[in-house]
Design a protein around this ligand. Sequence first.
Ligand SMILES: Cc1cc2nc3c(=O)[nH]c(=O)nc-3n(C[C@H](O)[C@H](O)[C@H](O)COP(=O)(O)OP(=O)(O)OC[C@H]3O[C@@H](n4cnc5c(N)ncnc54)[C@H](O)[C@@H]3O)c2cc1C
Length: 409
Amino acid sequence: MPIDFTLTPELEDIRLRVRTFVDEVIKPAEERMGGDDDLARDEYIRIILGLRAKAQEAGIWLPHMPTEWGGMGLSHVELAMVQAEAAKSRLGPWVFNCQAPDEGNMHTLLHWATDEQKEKYLRPLCEGRMMSCFAMTEPEVAGSDPTLIQTRAYQDGDEWVINGHKWFISNAHRAQFAILLARTEDDPDLPQAANTGFIVDIPSEGWNEVREVETMHGSTGHSEILIEDLRVPASNMLGGRGQGHMLGQYRLGPARLAHCMRWIAQAETALDMMVDRALNRFSHGSLLAEKQGIQWMIADSTMELYQAKLMVLHAAYRIDNKLDFKSEVSMAKHFVANALGRIIDRSIQVHGALGYSTDTPLASMYQHARWARFADGADEVHQMRIAQRTIAAYKDDGSTRAATGDLPL
Ligand SMILES: Cc1cc2nc3c(=O)[nH]c(=O)nc-3n(C[C@H](O)[C@H](O)[C@H](O)COP(=O)(O)OP(=O)(O)OC[C@H]3O[C@@H](n4cnc5c(N)ncnc54)[C@H](O)[C@@H]3O)c2cc1C
């Protein structure tokens, strides 16, 4: 089995083009824009649309989608290289139209939608004419356990009528449609087969945005939605009855890994900044970079980032090769989310008061990074599943080897 980490010249060219575009087009625009709160929303969207037009001209658009949908036709391993460049800027994924939750929704629609649904929802999403959201989590029950979902849908002729309550629905405020999970089955064979996916047009009567929830990173974008007698045509069911859980699982594999790819970019930015600061700050007779305490922080961060990259590449390889990837994605998601927090934290430490200020992006990166440990699967839920698979592997084979990536060593 060849293990080769070199890139083809074509892929290396794409990676460098993305890097150059981020450095020369997106980052200067980001600097001119200031923080989220400095700009009116209309102005913000106008700038993003302008950058998107330039990205499309440069042929950097939809890196995660097949060419027939206007994408770059990359494998997941190749996508990792592009996402890790794109997310060096906060706006990068938005500009290339590969941001959450649209990116995960595109995968879901590509796999589950009917041809009519694809033309109506996937096509405009790919072309950047629509935005979307994914509505699963509810305030009343643990989002970690979708079998508890209380939002209900019942059939009434050619329509489904939905009532319920969702929150933390990212992008709902600007989306033109939602992929929503609701309970449709009273007595399913398996608890996981109670829910069904629906595509909901926004706005729709009965889809009521209560507020955008303010979070620790200040800016909003995650909405609370009250759903009251919302009517959805039967043709807007996504997948079959009771397949909502499968749909969510299918979505979350690549979507979780795409988060990891973007977090690698953020972790690398934090480590670059840590080293730069250590090379330029002098204290007690030497540069910070010459002090062992600081070198340990640099070394720990370097090793963690290296582990993160290998785990993401291997999980992506398993997706590309149609191998079971659940464990590897789970392990990558848990590890990268935690490594990200630790690396940014160390970088703040090395920067001292400057790191705590908003003069550098570190404070904002730290606030954004915190959600990574529980959204799209809380740490403890991933640990529970990883342990279950390791125990099962040992019971089946008398060895845990298959649970550690099933690697040939
Ligand atoms: C910024 C952000 C964006 C989000 N975007 C979306 C979105 O677009 N759409 C959407 O539907 N949701 C979204 N969410 C919600 C997110 O998916 C949930 O927060 C997540 O699934 C956890 O659910 P919960 O918040 O209800 O926490 P709970 O399920 O109540 O869990 C709370 C804590 O309990 C512990 N826990 C839970 N289960 C176990 C277990 N089995 N064993 C041990 N410990 C456990 C964990 O420590 C966990 O962090 C978003 C959240 C955030 C913060």
